[in-house]
Write a protein that binds this ligand. Structure first.
Ligand code: PEP
Ligand code: MG
Length: 933
């Protein structure tokens, strides 16, 4: 039974806007939208794939697509846009003609599926309804026609079930319960045991249940079925699942979904039928080998649901050699056509192969890199495209510390598995559990513990605890909850919504079943899988050397950056294109940086070395000695230590520049904590302990004497060097003695001495000549010569503004964007992140965290000005960045644009920065950037 559609049989006769496209109308869609991207937007990714396959002569079941524009019209008014439905029914007539079948005709029935498909794949997030066109009459006809009543009744019950669940949101249980009862009554174990009679009986129960819950009979009018289904797919765009997914993946709410109406083909028509899914390459390893599975005599969802054990795709050659060969030929062509790994769905109906879907397959980070590199080697894509296909996040995922695979497996079998939630932010975290933000922060900062903050959910005033912790775990919330968003923003491993966990904030414990974790206990949180374990699982940072594909890709990235003409950097600059250097204080960090591809050290913070246990007492003695003479004596003891430090760095970076920054922090940082010392003094006085009391009292007086109201803006950096030049004089002597010794050992050294926190060129004029004299003296003493530079950090806005003057002395600039951001905004970083940064971002006052990504409009403008002005004075001025922004892809792009020579970042971020630099180079290739400004 079918209502006669009023529309005429061809599409051409329908006037007005085109809402419906037959699969072979791809040219019309291209004409309407002007591009393939536009076609994907109009017809959705799945639709575009079906159109493209139809054009390429791939066997696709006939059908048509209702556009995303129609969906958006429907969402505005709640009804189909004018003309849409008549176009759809007219398209059905064409499909009937092409298949030789008729919709709703029991003697030769056409069945269709109604599938969602948005521009960007949202797997499983929206609705699909199969077997539309079956009713009480058609099912009988189909039984006779196919001589397979079991198949016909099974298909009918699937339709009623899916219809109920997706169109009317009925609980699955309404249908699952009677099915389970039926099977139990007859002693059946699996669905395939069900006979035709059994399915038929179940259909009548399903229909009763449908009426009971929906209020009217299951529609027998097949066009009504199609109308309901189409509306349900449109509506599923605004379903909770779909909205959550869009939030998490930043897909716009305005796109809407298309609806694909596709002739049903059946893989469950006997043993000459089957269905399957496959990837043209292994999505987990990237190996060039088809990976898929199929089931004989089954429908698509049986494979996905895993009701029966599927066979590996290569076995299909035995069952159906002809279809298998055709399948392999088609998938090879599809991969070549799309120049990417394809994820395909197919059905074989009585020996005939039909392709139902093709799309670029989702894959792991490892496989993403391997496939891109292999495809470039196969000349399927260019090297540049391979580089562009890899995101910085992919590289990050490959190099992030991860749980040891075998330890993880062992933990699973050992019974230390605790709970599973949503994998909200990647990475492995091991720490001691604390149940509130203040304690987490305290334990981390004061007790130097590794911590995991556990809360039912988080709020803005928990952020300081989250930032301090190694990882975050919540029992509530999803991928877009506050905890998830903040954790991703700050790169903290995070699992949210582990609902099995019951948190008792009063008892300060959490439980799953009879397992309890108390405050202070160790747990391991895996942000990649969402799993939480009790105890410590070892982590390791993967080595780059073993990742040969990533190495190849990064070498291509470097080659792209260094290409002639890739960037119009000012003439005479010291590097061609943007290079990646690293921040490293110790030789072992420098070695790691070099192995990750760094071609220089952009920042060695020398003061870190002063904190080593055997040196700190000497440093304190130096600070406490009231005069230059006393300081010089103590410093002479430090000199051999520093010389050794620098020697190791030069050796590790043989042939590459090494920038060593002279002492920067205020001296009180090297002294004992004032409050603790006061406590000790008071206790000794109360207990009348005289031994050592006088020394402690003197020390306390000295520390009090060093007190500053705002030490970060006080006696530090070059100001300290001018007040006490002996410290930096010792440091420069150590640098040049080490460099000379290395040179004598055949190592190529390129030391660059960096003066921090300059605000006026006069500071450089005061200090730099003294230091240069020491450099010259050491080279004379040692009778060696090597390249070296003296330069400065640009961390104070005044230095940036007066860069043309600063460059009269400085041979290089390095942007210290941590301080430059603090001082440009007037925010103290710690206070901002703790108190108001998240609110500012939530309120849209700040779009991004300026301490992570360079604020192009303010800090970035200062940098741009400083480079341009600095190079007016000194055209060969070397310019880099060594603030944390040096490892951030967006900031790296800015450095490319304004003509930096290098970015310097933590060794672990070097590979990411190499890739980001190449992306910037490709994005702006040929564009005149620096010169145009
Ligand atoms: C900076 O300010 O960006 C910088 C690198 O120096 P520090 O972080 O050591 O202050
Ligand atoms: Mg600084």
């Amino acid at each position: 039974m079918a209502t006669k559609p009023k529309a005429k049989a061809t599409q051409k006769s329908v006037k007005g806007k085109k809402w419906v496209y037959l699969f072979d109308e791809v040219r019309a869609a291209e004409k309407h939208t002007g591009s393939w991207e536009g076609v994907r937007g109009l017809l959705g990714g799945k639709g575009a794939g079906l159109f493209d396959m139809t054009r390429a002569g791939v066997p696709v079941p006939p059908g048509f697509t209702v556009t995303t524009e129609a969906c958006n019209g429907f969402r505005k008014t709640g009804s189909f846009p004018a003309g849409m439905w008549s176009q759809a029914t007219a398209a059905m007539k064409v499909v009937e003609k092409r298949t030789g079948k008729k919709f709703g005709d029991a003697s030769n029935p056409l069945l269709v599926s109604c599938r969602s498909g948005a521009k960007f794949s949202m797997p499983g997030m929206m609705n699909t309804i199969l077997n539309i066109g079956l009713n009480d009459e058609v099912v009988e006809g189909l039984s006779k026609l196919t001589n397979n009543p079991r198949f016909a009744w099974d298909s009918y019950r699937r339709l009623i079930e899916m219809f109920g669940a997706t169109v009317f949101n009925l609980d699955d249980e309404i249908f699952e319960h009677p099915l389970a009862e039926h099977k139990a009554k007859r002693g059946y174990k699996v669905d395939t045991d069900m006979t035709a009679e059994a399915w038929k009986e179940l259909v009548s129960e399903f229909k009763k249940a449908f009426k009971q819950h929906v209020g009217f009979d299951f529609p027998q009018d097949v066009y009504k079925q199609l109308e309901f289904a189409t509306k349900a797919v449109f509506e599923s765009w605004n379903g909770k699942r779909a909205i959550d997914y869009r939030r998490a993946t930043a897909i716009s709410d305005d796109l809407g979904t298309a609806v694909n109406i596709v002739t049903m083909v059946f893989g469950n028509m006997g043993d000459d039928s089957g269905t399957g899914v496959a990837f043209t390459r292994d999505p987990s390893t990237g190996d060039k080998k088809m990976l898929g599975e199929y089931l004989l005599n089954a429908q698509g969802e049986d494979v996905v649901a895993g009701i029966r054990n599927a066979d590996p795709i290569e076995n299909l050659v035995k069952n159906m050699p002809k279809a298998y060969k055709q399948f392999m030929d088609i998938t090879r062509k599809l991969e070549k056509h799309y120049r990417d790994m394809q994820d395909v769905e197919f059905t074989i109906e009585r020996g005939k192969l039909w392709m139902l879907q093709t799309r670029n397959g989702k894959r792991t980070a490892k496989s993403t890199v391997k496939i891109a590199v292999d495809m470039a080697k196969e000349k399927l894509i260019a090297k540049e495209e391979a580089v562009l296909r890899i995101t910085p996040e992919t590289v990050d995922a490959l190099l992030h510390p991860q749980f040891d695979e075998s330890a993880m497996k062992k933990a699973e079998t050992d019974g230390t598995f605790f709970a599973k939630g949503v994998n909200a932010s990647p990475g492995a975290a091991v720490g001691q559990v604390y149940f509130d933000a203040d304690t987490t922060e305290k334990m981390t900062k004061e007790n130097k513990q590794d911590t995991i903050m556990v809360r039912p959910f988080t709020k803005p005033d928990d952020v300081h605890g989250m930032i301090a912790s190694q990882g975050v775990l919540t029992s509530e919330g999803g991928a877009t909850s506050h905890a998830a968003v903040v954790a991703r923003q700050f790169g903290i491993p995070c699992v949210v919504g582990a609902s099995a966990i019951k948190i008792d904030l009063e008892k300060r414990q959490m439980t799953v079943g009879d397992v309890t974790v108390n405050e202070g206990d160790w747990i391991s949180v895996d942000g990649n899988t969402g799993k939480v374990f009790i105890g410590k699982i070892p982590t390791s940072a993967p080595s780059l050397e073993e990742q040969t594909d990533l190495l190849t890709l990064l070498n291509w990235a470097d080659e792209i950056c260094a290409r002639k003409g890739i960037r119009s950097t000012p003439k005479g600059g010291p590097t061609r294109g943007l290079q990646v250097w690293a921040n490293a204080d110790y030789p072992k960090d420098a070695r790691r940086a070099r192995s990750y591809g760094a071609v220089g050290i952009g920042l060695c913070r020398t003061e870190h070395m002063f904190f080593e246990p055997e040196r700190l007492p000497i440093v304190q003695r130096m600070i406490l000695s009231g005069d230059s003479e006393g300081r010089t004596v103590a410093l002479s003891e430090l000199l051999p230590f520093q010389r050794k430090d620098f020697d190791g760095l030069f050796e590790a970076m043989d042939g590459y520049p090494v920038i060593i920054r002279l002492i920067d922090p205020p001296l009180h940082e090297f002294m004992p904590d004032e409050e603790k010392l006061l406590e000790e003094v008071i206790t000794m006085r109360v207990k009348n302990e005289s031994e050592g009391l006088k020394e402690k009292e003197n020390l306390l007086d000295a520390i009090r004497g060093m007190h500053e109201s705002n030490p970060m803006m006080g006696m530090r950096g070059v100001r300290l060097s001018i007040s006490m030049p002996e410290i930096v004089e010792m440091q420069v002597r150590a640098i040049f003695e080490a460099a000379a010794d290395c040179t004598l050992r055949g190592i190529v050294v390129k030391p660059e001495v960096m003066i921090p926190l300059t605000g006026t060129v006069k500071e450089l004029e005061w200090i730099q000549p003294r230091l240069e004299r020491i450099a010259a003296a050491v080279m004379d003493e040692k009778k060696v010569k090597f390249e070296y530079k003296f330069g400065t950090m640009i961390e104070i806005p005044r230095a940036a503004v007066t860069a043309s003057e600063v460059a009269q002395r400085a041979e290089f600039f390095s942007f210290g964007t941590n301080d430059l951001t603090q001082m440009t905004y007037g925010y103290s970083r710690d206070d901002a992140e703790r108190n108001f940064l998240v609110t500012y971002q939530e309120q849209g006052i700040l779009e991004k965290n300026p301490f992570q990504t360079i604020d192009r409009g303010g800090v970035g403008k200062l940098m741009e000005w400083a480079i341009a002005e600095g190079r007016k004075t000194r055209p060969t001025l070397e310019v880099g960045i060594c603030g944390e922004h040096g490892g951030d892809p967006d900031s790296i792009e800015w450095c490319h644009i304004i003509g930096n020579n290098y970015v310097s970042c933590s060794p672990f971020r070097v590979p990411i920065a190499r890739l980001a630099a190449a992306h910037s180079a490709l994005k702006y290739a040929g564009k005149k950037i620096a010169e145009d400004k």
